[in-house]
Design a protein around this ligand. Sequence first.
Ligand SMILES: *[C@@H]1O[C@H](CO)[C@@H](O)[C@H](O)[C@H]1NC(C)=O
Ligand SMILES: *[C@@H]1O[C@H](CO)[C@@H](O)[C@H](O)[C@H]1NC(C)=O
Length: 307
Amino acid sequence: MKFSHCCVIPLYFLTFTALSSLIASQTCKNSCGKIPIKYPFGTGLGCGDPRFQQYVTCDEEKLTLTTHTGCYPVTNIEYSGQVMYISDPSMSTCACTQTGKGFGLDWDAPFSFHDDTVFTLLDCSTTSSPVYKTSGGADDLDSNTTVIPQCDRAGGPICSFLYSCRAISLLDLPISTCCVYTPVDLGPSFEMDLQKLQCTSYSGFYSFNGQESNPENWKYGIALKYKFNVFNDYPSSCANCERSNGVCGYGGVYNTFVCNCPGGLNTTSDCFFQSSYNHSPRLLPQHTAGNCLIFSLAYFLVRIFSV
Ligand SMILES: *[C@@H]1O[C@H](CO)[C@@H](O)[C@H](O)[C@H]1NC(C)=O
Ligand SMILES: *[C@@H]1O[C@H](CO)[C@@H](O)[C@H](O)[C@H]1NC(C)=O
């Protein structure tokens, strides 16, 4: 009977490694770097919601938003409030000024600016920048672009604080070249084209971080809102899938819902049926069958060798 041990143990080891390799083969990940990934975002093709897939991607554990103006690291996602925070390496902050091209969202992307986002245009030409012109004047040469807003006068203090930052104060720019440009007014194309606006750079932040007069500690970046769909309801099939440690995805010709389970299997419902290797009480049928097979095999071998 001693023999039985040396047979059963390697066999168990084999099944265990087989299961672990299945675990490792879950296509859709539930995190990208340090950022947890949940619906509607995904870590690859077939993961998350197809509408978001082309805009938000996970590459080498880095989550990135891509728009026609560039690629932007996603710094955080607040799932409860449906807000995605991104940074723009080309924007100016209190610590660093640099020339930039601007920022734009694709018109068909499922995102819009969060109300907390404040854009400030820096070093604008007071003579030629359209932000200083009254918009929509019939005699205006720029009447083609009637949606161009004026600067937000209430944002004056923001300009003063930003221009007091060392990096910006060194440039010795008159405060009149600063314009607080409220994103809700970016127009139907969601576009901030610095070249057209005749400004050298821009800064974006979404929170004063409780210190309105300390621009060094403001939270620089861009806050974007997203919606699940027109009615903004979280698909219940996906909620069930995530509750069972699955990751929501899509597949097939019609991009129908797929629940990608920790073992790498896809279901159309949830992963509760196969959660046995994580949560022992419920044994999944295959697993039990596998155990049976191994026991029988071991028993068979033991019988053969003990004859
Ligand atoms: C499961 O679904 C994911 C995401 O749609 C897909 O990439 C993967 O190939 C599917 N796996 C299987 C085993 O069908
Ligand atoms: C208006 O836009 C069109 C096409 O973009 C351009 O050809 C035209 O010159 C513009 N008119 C003015 C007054 O700017």
